[in-house]
Design a protein around this ligand. Structure first.
Ligand code: BG6
Length: 480
């Protein structure tokens, strides 16, 4: 009973939230490099992710990182040896990170990769290997080349598929010793934040909903091509999909509310259904009909999707929400790029996200029951305000409690028969928030002394949770 012997404990980050060095060694601009700091939009994710063409032009013309925190990140680009050493100090078995597409292909359209970008990731992976930490690489984590977004409206245009496959091929070719790969981070998020997730500039779309689903289809095709390539080029590898697991409960036991929750959850599963089962589920086809969505889909693409399904299912899990048939009575709260009904039985974080450890167990059971594939918790964690004490300590008991409760439930799911490969916390080190671009929304076991405006020493400090997670890993989840 308990976690498998070779359970992959570790942490996860995305290049655009940590690396900084946005214009160093030939890197091009990505969609993340034009995301502004949104400190006032704590509970409004639509405001957090909103962007338009004129803001993008303004950002392109701005040569600084003053208003664009993801350009500076935590400067992991120049601190990775120190950071990896700290991860090794916690006993990490795995580290999930993304390869920034724009370090290898600055505009996305070059035919050959930027050698300096490749050199960086060779050094990064060698450093992980030094400590026997297995890389888990996300190929696309909210960092599409900006040029592809501006020129072609991102993934809404089929022509970017080949650009992405060329990028993936270069990654497989250069890093054949990497066993675990993911294609698109939280692929389902295209319909919630189309620019960050798929490079779609909303004011460039005549029919945004249609473009979002076309972008998803194009990503499914790219994902299947890349899965095929990965299997051919690295035969011992495993490549997975990645879903935002947005667990939704009915607000009451009224059948009509249960139906509303069923519909929400079914939509949430749609992308992983396609990537795991290899076909569009019938209910989504009805949804397309009802919403007059007409996709450009060929037989060849459907065959690719059918023949190249993923090896495992990874997902992020942070919170759960309520829904109802009549939403007018619901008290709302925010969640991971979503707003929904607040569950009166659950506490919330400083950013309004519910804390629901049992929801993680439920999610694991639901996903395993649905797909019968190995699972991987690729993200889970709590964004909170931390206090750095004058002696350099950070007492983050609330973070320890969050993880402790989630690990207890995760263990129960494993004991119920779920095949769980590993767990990577989001995030092991403080980083720039994806939605708000804040540093003050802190996730790490390691504190980084930077504020929302990039002021501070950028020094790293171990929080109390650092030592606690180290013991969890050392005991393979027994000492919680
Ligand atoms: C996930 C993303 O949605 O949630 C991460 O994959 C993100 O990139 C994480 O950082 C937490 O969200 P946020 O908005 O608090 O950074």
């Amino acid at each position: 009973m308990g976690f498998r012997k070779d359970f992959l404990w570790g942490g996860a980050v995305a290049a655009n939230q940590v690396e900084g060095a946005w214009n160093v060694d030939g890197k091009g601009l990505s969609v993340a490099d034009v995301a502004r700091l949104k400190t006032t939009a704590r509970n409004n994710y639509r405001q957090q992710v909103a962007i338009n063409s004129s803001e993008i032009s303004k950002a392109i013309a701005d040569p600084t990182s003053n208003n664009y925190p993801k350009r500076r990140g935590i400067d992991m680009y120049h601190h990775f040896q120190e950071d990896i050493k700290l991860f090794a100090g916690m006993g990490f078995k795995v580290f999930r990170f993304s390869i920034a597409w724009t370090r290898l292909f600055p505009t996305g359209e070059e035919k050959t990769p930027n050698a300096a970008g490749l050199h960086y990731y060779h050094r990064f992976i060698a450093e992980l290997r030094k400590y026997h930490i297995e890389p888990l690489i996300t190929l696309s984590h909210y960092e599409m080349p900006l040029s592809l977004a501006v020129k072609y409206n991102g993934w809404a245009n089929k022509r970017v598929i080949d650009d992405f496959v060329r990028f993936a091929q270069v990654c497989f070719d250069n890093f054949p010793e990497v066993k675990y790969w993911l294609t698109f981070n939280e692929i389902d998020s295209v319909t919630r934040h189309p620019f960050t997730s798929a490079g779609i500039v909303p004011d460039k779309s005549n029919n945004l909903l249609q473009d979002e689903f076309q972008a998803l289809h194009n990503q499914f095709v790219a994902s299947s091509m890349v899965t095929k390539l990965c299997h051919q080029m690295i035969p011992h590898s495993m490549i997975g999909c990645m879903l935002t697991k947005l667990t939704t409960y009915p607000a009451t036991a009224k059948p009509i509310d249960i139906l509303a929750a069923f519909n929400k959850n079914t939509m949430n599963y749609f992308c992983s259904d396609v990537q795991v089962k290899g076909y569009y589920p019938p209910l989504i086809r009805q949804y397309f009909k009802h919403n007059s969505i007409h996709l450009d889909v060929t037989k060849r693409e459907l065959a690719l999707i059918a023949n190249n399904t993923v090896d495992f299912v990874s997902f992020s899990y942070y919170m759960s929400l309520l829904t109802a048939s009549d939403k007018s009575g619901l008290e709302l709260t925010s969640g991971n790029t979503i707003v929904g009904g607040k569950n009166p039985y659950l506490p919330t974080t400083d950013w309004g996200w519910t804390i629901d450890p049992v929801g993680l167990r439920l999610s694991l059971l639901q996903l395993f029951d649905r797909y019968h594939k190995p699972l991987f918790v690729a993200e889970n964690g709590v964004g909170a305000t931390d206090q750095l004490n004058s002696d350099g300590s950070i007492n983050d008991e609330y973070r320890i409690n969050y993880f402790r409760q989630h690990f207890r439930e995760m263990k129960k799911a494993v004991n119920n028969g779920v095949d769980l490969l590993g767990y990577t916390s989001w995030a092991p080190i403080d980083l720039v928030s994806a939605s708000t671009s804040q540093m003050s929304k802190r996730y790490g076991f390691i504190y980084v002394d930077l504020d929302d405006h990039g002021r501070g020493t950028n020094k790293r400090y171990k929080k109390d949770s650092y030592y606690w997670y180290r013991d969890v890993i050392l005991s393979n989840g027994e000492k919680l």
